[in-house]
Write a protein that binds this ligand. Structure first.
Ligand SMILES: Nc1ncnc2c1ncn2[C@@H]1O[C@H](COP(=O)(O)OP(=O)(O)OP(=O)(O)O)[C@@H](O)[C@H]1O
Ligand SMILES: [Mg+2]
Length: 271
């Protein structure tokens, strides 16, 4: 488990903390979504999670190891995969398989094992057969999936994905979301940072940051019950959820939870 305990971080020279007293866990096989406006501290929290930054206050523990412990940093980084918003920043190989092999090579994994891991990781993100392709020739979505494959090949216990779908079209976005769901289903603990609530409506837990502090901590269902409050935290609810609210307010009976567009049509216009 990754445990943030009252974690805080102040950038050198900054007058206010970028992250301020945040307590949350990334648990195996569960999806934690992190939302919040620009500058609210999401990426800073992400970097605290894999020891790219160490907390100024509070603690961050990865499977019991303190990220301040310099002797543990290597072990921590091998357990916590990290995907950045811009896939261009994380391409290191001249061909796809080299890129995916980079992480496990650094971990000292044996060559024949790397071969297996690379093929499995490319397969898991839907890039089977792309082994010899040049990364810079891939589309944005394919590059981002290549980055996920690189993280997967390290067999991490956790994956922190910082706006992994921000640059992608709807198909690329759906592919990346599918890859993240797959990881959760095989027991990886996922932290997914996003501006799109609709990407994380199936999260196990959502936290919303504002000025570095947690302003919401609960389930997606708890977040969407109050559109006004969500909007005040900078979160726009998906149109079908807003429509469902209005319909319920006017006495239209709808199935519980987040109705799909088809449910709304059925309620309005039963055939
Ligand atoms: N390297 C840095 N040095 C100094 N201040 C920084 C640095 N990186 C971020 N900050 C500041 O820390 C605060 C939080 O930034 P952070 O990047 O964590 O926010 P974010 O929620 O990820 O935003 P976005 O949605 O735009 O990605 C902001 O006020 C930002 O200006
Ligand atoms: Mg960010």
């Amino acid at each position: 488990m990754i445990v943030f305990e009252q974690a805080g971080f102040v950038y050198p020279g900054a007058s206010a903390p970028a992250v301020d007293g945040v307590s949350v866990e990334v648990e195996p096989g569960r999806l934690l979504a992190l939302l919040g406006a620009n500058g609210s501290g999401k990426s800073t929290l992400a970097r605290l999670g894999n020891a790219l930054l160490v907390p100024s206050t509070g603690t961050v523990l990865v499977d019991g190891m303190d990220t301040r412990d310099e002797d543990a940093v290597w072990d921590i980084r091998s357990r916590v995969g990290f995907i950045q918003q811009n896939p261009e920043n994380q391409i290191v190989g001249t061909i796809a398989e080299e890129d995916v092999a980079f992480g496990p090579e650094n971990l000292g994994v044996a060559a024949h094992e790397i071969r297996i891991r690379v093929d499995e990781a490319l397969e898991a993100v839907g890039l089977a057969g792309f082994q010899r392709r040049e990364p810079h020739m891939l589309s944005g979505g394919q590059k981002q999936r290549l980055a996920i494959a690189g993280a997967l090949a390290m067999r991490p216990s956790y994956l922190i994905a910082d706006e992994p779908t921000a640059m992608l079209d709807p198909v690329g976005r759906a592919d990346v979301l599918r890859s993240l769901r797959h990881l959760r289903s095989v027991g990886v603990g996922v932290m997914h940072i996003t501006h799109h609530l609709e990407d994380v409506l199936d999260a196990d837990r959502i936290i919303v940051l504002s000025l570095g502090r947690t302003v919401f901590d609960g389930t997606p269902a708890e977040l969407v019950v109050d559109p006004g409050r969500a909007l005040s935290m900078g979160i726009e609810l998906p149109a079908e959820i807003l429509l469902a609210h209005e319909l319920r307010r006017h006495g239209v009976r709808l199935p519980d939870g987040h109705p799909a567009p088809e449910d709304l049509v059925e309620a309005l216009w039963p055939l």
